[in-house]
Design a protein around this ligand. Structure first.
Ligand code: CP
Ligand code: NVA
Length: 261
């Protein structure tokens, strides 16, 4: 497997590399300075050359179009390891984690609090396939992509709500979910976002409003004291580490499926 990383990573890199090794494969890490996709060489050429050495390609890129181009020109399966638009492997691992802790995803209330980002888009796309209740509570102007919200709503599978009121949103939640306020590629906005996102920190008070059955989840890495308090990450109902582990199990299932074994 060739693994293309235009952005940093711990979980995605190590879970794919270790996971593929456990399946009997060998993974090659290609960091931001190695192939410089789109700069040193066109994406369509990268796709066709890597397809001749590898049975599968995994890529973490900035522009979503890059993963679409890789998939279009590659002759082997391409797995999305995160783009500016979405993060599907994360949400598959998250659903597995919810099934393990709650028993099922169907009917659960998952409340995401924070930026309407790539992780939210993958939650929405999951909600178009499996029935659950997804709520995204974000500051005004930081809502998820409108077309993706419409697509998820029009699928008619799940109950989907987008709101600017985190306290109201978390009531009765089975899962309260958080992610960084400034994603990779937005770090220069981190200071201004910290001001705008006041009131969207997942703290002990918000978890109390959510209620005693609510688990806390975060795709990690977390900025403790910013989008979530240290106490919430460390609380007994925080399942962020089984969630991180499940990246590997979910992705291994995806790779076995794609390789037809
Ligand atoms: N959650 C996640 O994708 O982590 P990394 O950025 O460390 O891969
Ligand atoms: N939204 C975050 C997720 C990191 C796993 C980012 O894109 O940086």
């Amino acid at each position: 497997m060739a693994m293309i990383f235009a952005k940093p990573s711990m979980r995605t890199r190590v879970s794919f590399e270790t996971g593929f090794f456990l399946l009997g494969g060998h993974a090659i890490y290609l960091g931001p300075d190695d192939i410089q996709m789109g700069k040193r060489e066109e994406t369509r050429d990268v796709a066709r050359v890597l397809s001749r050495y590898n049975d599968i390609i995994m890529a973490r890129v900035f522009a979503h179009q890059d993963i679409l181009d890789l998939a279009k020109f590659s002759t082997v399966p391409v797995v999305n390891g995160l783009t500016d638009y979405n993060h599907p492997c994360q949400i598959m691992a998250d659903v597995l984690t919810i099934i393990e802790h709650i028993g099922q995803i169907e009917g659960t209330k998952v409340v995401y609090v924070g930026d309407g980002n790539n992780v939210v888009h993958s939650w929405l796309l999951m909600a178009a396939v499996i029935p659950f209740h997804f709520v995204c509570a974000c500051p005004k102007g930081f809502e998820p992509d409108k077309k993706t919200v419409e697509k998820a709503q029009q699928a008619g599978i799940s109950k989907i709500e987008i709101t600017n009121d985190p306290k109201e949103a978390v009531k009765g939640a089975d899962v309260v979910y958080s992610d960084v306020w400034a994603s990779m590629g937005q770090k220069e906005e981190a200071d201004s976002r910290r001001k705008i996102f006041q009131g969207f920190q997942v703290d002990e008070n918000l978890m109390k409003i959510a209620g005693p059955k609510a688990y806390f989840m975060h795709c990690l890495p977390a900025e403790r004291g910013v989008e979530v308090t240290d106490g919430v990450v460390e609380a007994p109902n925080s399942i962020v580490f089984p969630q991180a582990e499940n990246r590997m199990h979910a992705q291994n299932a995806v790779m076995l499926h794609l390789l037809g074994v």
